[in-house]
Design a protein around this ligand. Structure first.
Ligand SMILES: *Cc1c(COP(=O)(O)O)cnc(C)c1O
Length: 424
């Protein structure tokens, strides 16, 4: 490879040389000039999902009608798609099922885990976790009658996870460790195997939220002996807006946990319509109501693309691209007051890179409204640049950095208000 250069021709060279570059063509890209760096919030549309959607609506719904539950495989879709996702995260096919949203799945698993851990009173998490995860933990504690204490361990620098504090806090009181594998703002990524092992030593269960790592970072749930996990499918998995989430329960725990949302889809014989709840065996007990078949089925094309590419190859490209971005930041943006708000060590990062700037909000607005770059913004000052290695190009990264530079050198951001819009 030719030595690093700052010009756009070098970016094009990298694109030409990259073995995974052609996966970009598998996505619907209607405006080639739009630089999309928000695949970590909502992934792009796989072309195959368009065909699938047409077939689903016209044939499966339109023609099969109620017969679709059996004839089109709708009834088993939560398990079928779950089994495919299992291959992305190093789990057995019968350890993953698709259901509900991440927040709801988290609630079901947290309550089930705390009930199993009778007598233990502490839950450990950190302040890098996604707010919804903290709200769910707070809600579960309330529901269970305030018998538990939530320890929100503080990151030492707002970027890295409080690893040492976490190890020091584990003891015989710890019921559950509930963390995001990759932190949604800084991109810090925990060593899943090490943390899980430490928690197990103290007798705690571990629940990982994989939302910001699944489809981008290698995950080996079985190898790390993980107890529980949840994750979403609309970010790096490219399953579509609001696509249902998944949950993982290690096989030996499945029949020991009870779903607190005990609906008919988790009942042992849902169509006998008996009046008393009796949980199904295995993971189906963690279903609650009728699954959203249309959006559930549209997850599959995105998962298939990831499996075809292979997570290790994808991770290698994600690291090549994020290292390229960071080199450009160092040369072109750091002198203008941008800080790197993600770990510098690629081994500790997910697939997005966060840059801070005191004028972050207004710079972000200028990027979106005048520069045709879509990143996203997290208060108070962070611009997140999501690298979705299936379709982000080096040229995208180069252009985004050049435009960030222009917004500051030409003071374009000064045209924007310091008031945040309602959705960032
Ligand atoms: C995106 C994300 C969620 C989203 O939860 P929903 O229930 O789908 O809204 C939850 N946790 C983390 C860590 C996330 O990144």
């Amino acid at each position: 490879m030719t030595p690093f250069r700052l010009d756009e021709h070098y970016a094009d060279e990298l694109d030409r040389q990259d073995p995974l570059a052609s996966f970009r063509e598998r996505f619907h890209i209607s405006d080639p000039d739009l630089i999309y760096l928000d695949g970590n919030s909502l992934g792009r549309l796989p072309k195959l999902a368009i065909e699938r959607a047409n077939r689903l609506v016209q044939q499966e719904w339109g023609e099969s009608l109620i017969r679709g539950w059996n004839e089109e495989g709708w009834y088993t879709a939560p398990e079928r798609v779950g089994a495919k996702i299992a291959r992305l995260i190093g789990a057995q096919p019968d350890e993953v099922i698709v259901a509900d949203s991440t927040s709801v799945n988290l609630f079901k698993l947290v309550v089930a885990a705390l009930r199993l851990q009778q007598g233990r009173t502490h839950i450990l998490t950190d302040n890098l976790n996604f707010p919804s995860d903290l709200y769910i933990l707070q809600g579960a504690i309330e529901l269970l009658g305030h018998q538990h204490h939530l320890d929100v361990l503080a990151s030492p620098d707002g970027i890295h996870g409080p690893v040492t504090r976490l190890y020091d806090s584990l003891n015989e009181q710890t019921a559950l460790v509930s963390l995001s594998h990759t932190a949604f703002i800084s991109s810090f990524t925990y060593d899943m195997a090490e943390v899980t092992q430490a928690a197990h030593k103290a007798g705690s269960l571990v629940l990982w939220d994989l939302c910001h790592s699944v489809g981008a970072v290698p995950i080996k749930l079985n190898e790390a002996n993980v107890d529980l996990a949840v994750g979403c499918t609309y970010k790096y998995v490219n399953g579509g807006p609001g696509a249902p989430a998944f949950l993982y329960i290690r096989r030996d725990l499945q029949d020991r946990l009870r779903n607190p949302l005990s609906g008919w889809w988790g009942q042992n014989h849902p169509f006998e319509l008996g009046l008393n709840y009796e949980p199904a065996s295995g993971l189906r007990r963690f279903l609650t109501g009728t699954p959203p078949i249309l959006s559930l089925s549209l997850i599959e094309p995105g998962v298939d693309l990831l499996l075809e590419c292979g997570i290790d190859a994808l991770r290698a490209r994600s690291i090549r691209q994020s290292e390229y971005l960071i080199l450009l930041w160092e040369e072109l943006l750091k002198p203008l007051g941008f800080t790197l708000n993600s770990p510098r060590d690629a081994g500790l990062r997910g697939s997005h890179v966060s840059l801070g700037h005191p004028e972050g909000l207004r710079i972000d607005q200028a990027l979106i409204h005048e520069m045709k770059v879509l990143p996203d913004f997290r208060a108070p000052d962070t611009i997140r640049l999501g690298i979705a290695p299936l379709y982000t190009s080096y040229r995208d990264i180069h252009t985004a950095i050049m435009r960030l530079r222009q917004i500051v050198t030409e003071r374009i951001y000064e045209r924007y208000s310091t008031e945040p819009p309602s959705v960032t």
